[in-house]
Design a protein around this ligand. Structure first.
Ligand code: NAP
Length: 338
């Protein structure tokens, strides 16, 4: 089997660290791993396949002989370096928001729209973490009953905002429990420990946050259907890993709720955890060690004619970022596109 030189840009971040773990877990055919980060991390040691690999400083010569470059070092780095990587001959899979809504760049969740990969011109975008888990559950429902409208409220973990954000939650929690008061919020606008914040990413002209508009726009693009209406409210909660979503789906066709559960259970990447009599439903802790997106509390929405309500939980660092990116890379190999 052919092996590939893989660069991970942002290798020391929470997503980059998970990417390296997932490459190993998925037995991705890597001939050489090149972890890249800022000057601050150059020389740091990363363990990969029981070997020490040294982090290199990202620069314009980093992509020589690289086949696949997985980017997760922020939008500004992707904007500057993704075109350089493509020019050097690499295929870029980008985790940042920078290229996602570019009409020439495929935005991919492999279980939903792997067919668009063939149109790539060197860069493929990975969706926002809260969108990736959502579209997995929407796709089989849309195929069966045609979705008209989705109302989603998210409960997003601090790791969605990177390593420093996780540290802020830990430090504030320890500080408060030790009676030392609240440490000044830096990554968040308000105290996150023992609190929650209905504000993720920046506010837009229409008073929605950018995170909320990403969910609306990216869902339409990945599902390949602009007629799906979606309104989101995104909330940061004091959880380290795992985004949760309450989703109300208004569909065109009549359905039986048992059939909805069945089609969800048969869709790849989804796992149903739903037995109210046994108190079985997914919680963020349940998704930490899995690439599956967990779905529970599946029931008829009693407020409209053809409505479905559910609770979706997924590891934002995995399906929301690293495992989706590595799945895209595997799909490129599968489709002989790399
Ligand atoms: N966290 C999530 O759930 C999630 C999900 C989907 C997408 N994303 C996206 O992925 C990206 C990274 O997120 P993260 O959560 O992993 O953040 P993070 O923990 O803060 O990590 C950032 C990474 O970027 C590197 N970096 C920063 N400045 C750099 C520079 N000038 N040159 C080279 N490398 C540089 C950092 O290296 P140093 O250690 O050297 O500073 C670190 O490896 C963001 O664009 C984010 O929106 C995140």
């Amino acid at each position: 089997m052919k092996k590939y030189t893989v660069a991970v840009v942002g290798a020391t971040g929470v997503v980059g660290t998970e990417m390296i773990k997932v490459l190993e877990e998925f037995k991705f055919p890597v001939s050489k791993l090149i972890p890249l980060a800022s000057e601050k991390s150059a020389g740091k040691v990363i363990e990969y396949m029981n070997k020490n690999v040294y982090v290199e400083k990202l620069d314009k010569n980093s992509f020589k002989d690289v086949d696949i470059a997985l980017f997760s070092a922020g939008a500004a780095i992707s904007k500057q370096y993704a075109p350089i990587a493509v020019k050097a001959g690499a295929i870029v899979i980008d985790n940042t928001s920078f290229f996602r809504m570019d009409k020439d760049i495929p935005l991919v969740v492999p279980e939903v729209n792997a067919h668009v990969l063939k149109d790539h011109k060197g860069i493929i975008a990975n969706p926002n973490c809260s969108t990736a888990q959502l579209v997995l559950a929407l796709k089989p429902i849309h195929d069966a009953y045609k979705i008209k409208r989705v109302v989603v409220s998210t409960y997003q973990a601090t790791s969605g905002a990177g390593k420093e954000a996780m540290d802020e939650l830990a430090k504030q929690t320890i500080g408060i429990l030790n009676g030392k008061g609240v440490i000044d919020p830096k990554k968040f606008t308000k105290q996150i420990a023992f609190n929650l914040i209905p504000h993720i990413d920046v506010f837009m002209e229409n008073d929605y946050t950018k995170e909320e508009m990403k969910m609306t726009n990216e869902t339409k693009k990945i599902m390949g259907d602009d007629s799906i209406e979606l309104v989101a409210t995104c909330v940061r909660v004091p959880v380290f890993i795992g985004h949760s979503e309450v989703v109300n789906i208004d569909v065109e066709k009549k359905f039986k709720i048992e059939d909805v559960k069945k089609i969800l259970s048969e869709f790849p990447g989804l796992k149903i955890v739903d037995d109210p009599k046994k108190n079985e439903y997914p919680t963020p802790i349940d998704c930490v060690d899995t690439n599956d997106t967990l779905v529970g509390r599946i029931r008829r929405d009693i407020s409209i004619e053809n409505g479905i309500t559910m609770f979706i939980v997924s590891n934002n660092l995995r399906k929301g970022a690293a495992s989706n990116a590595v799945q895209i890379a595997l799909e490129l190999i599968n489709q002989k596109l790399v």
